[in-house]
Design a protein around this ligand. Sequence first.
Ligand SMILES: Cc1cc2nc3c(=O)[nH]c(=O)nc-3n(C[C@H](O)[C@H](O)[C@H](O)COP(=O)(O)OP(=O)(O)OC[C@H]3O[C@@H](n4cnc5c(N)ncnc54)[C@H](O)[C@@H]3O)c2cc1C
Length: 346
Amino acid sequence: MSAATVEPRTPAAHAAPALRPLASVDRPTVSFELFPPRNPHAAPRLWETIRAIEDVRPDFVSVTYGASGKTRETSRTLVTQLLRETTLNPIAHLTCVGTSRAEVTAIVEEFLDEGVRSFLALRGDPPADQPDWQPHPDGLNTAGELVELLREIESQRCIASPSQAVRARVRPLSISVAAFPRGNAATGGTRAQDVASLLAKQEAGADFAITQVFFDADAYLGLVAEAREAGVVIPIIPGIIPTTDPARLLRVQELTGVPVPRTLLDLLGNADGEADQHRRGIRAGIDLINGVLDGGAPGVHVYTFNKHHAALDLLEGAQLHGGAGTSSRAAAATDPAPAAPTTPEG
Ligand SMILES: Cc1cc2nc3c(=O)[nH]c(=O)nc-3n(C[C@H](O)[C@H](O)[C@H](O)COP(=O)(O)OP(=O)(O)OC[C@H]3O[C@@H](n4cnc5c(N)ncnc54)[C@H](O)[C@@H]3O)c2cc1C
């Protein structure tokens, strides 16, 4: 019998209100990262991606924000467009490095005035090409301090306006933060240091975390185990990169310091043409997703690089593409019928 089929057997069951099928509440979360278009020519392709991922009915999409506020306007514009012109639920990334507390406050107020209720609070990295760079004398030093500031601003707005206080009850502020399965190479931090920082972010009021890219499930599962041991209780969503494009992977390695396994590069390098390379990359991504979900991950956050084909092929292969209430993975987990084949088109 399918998990979605409810057969009334007793009068009590008959009288009870229909239960929502487990598949709809228990399905793993699905979300995507987007970045604002770098120039007007990039906008049409981004919107093609936005419309394609809308069909998957993700739980949320997140929009990146340049360190030192480099993309302040384009990020805010994209987040408000997503709010007003799509069915998507956007999370605004926000960085604080190099910015005064007053300026960060003004930026947060702008987002809140636009109706944005979800933030990914980040420190951001100091500019690598400026050896004399100094932190802002009146700035925030960590993402934890940004989480605290966000909570403080929201609380002040609620004190100032009873109407806002009611709206805040209806649509509470949600704050996510970053986590690092192998420690943050950009800051030279070990995993233990980043777990300490994650605990501080939780204590400051973070609701959940999203991880940096990683290439083996054990890195993610090890982080979660260490974090739980340290007292971190918030959900930690694994950040997944579609592993179809070796050039992209090497660029990500350069930017994050997370090494791409030689075996993965060889697997892609030995492919028989583009379609085979895509198929191999998707297969590796499916294995990674299965590894983290089987280990208890609450969902997956897919780094799209503003391209939807690989991201959606990956979700389809992992049976996560069905949208709210129709995930074939959740149904397959409770349904004795064999799962749909997982090999996507190349
Ligand atoms: C999911 C995700 C999305 C991202 N999006 C963006 C983006 O949109 N724009 C962008 O510019 N960058 C982005 N980044 C990169 C991020 O800004 C950098 O990795 C940055 O180096 C660290 O940011 P953080 O928020 O983790 O900082 P923090 O948590 O403040 O950590 C910075 C350093 O301080 C240490 N630290 C902080 N607090 C404590 C504490 N209480 N105890 C001990 N140590 C502490 C940490 O260990 C770490 O070494 C993203 C990263 C991830 C994982």
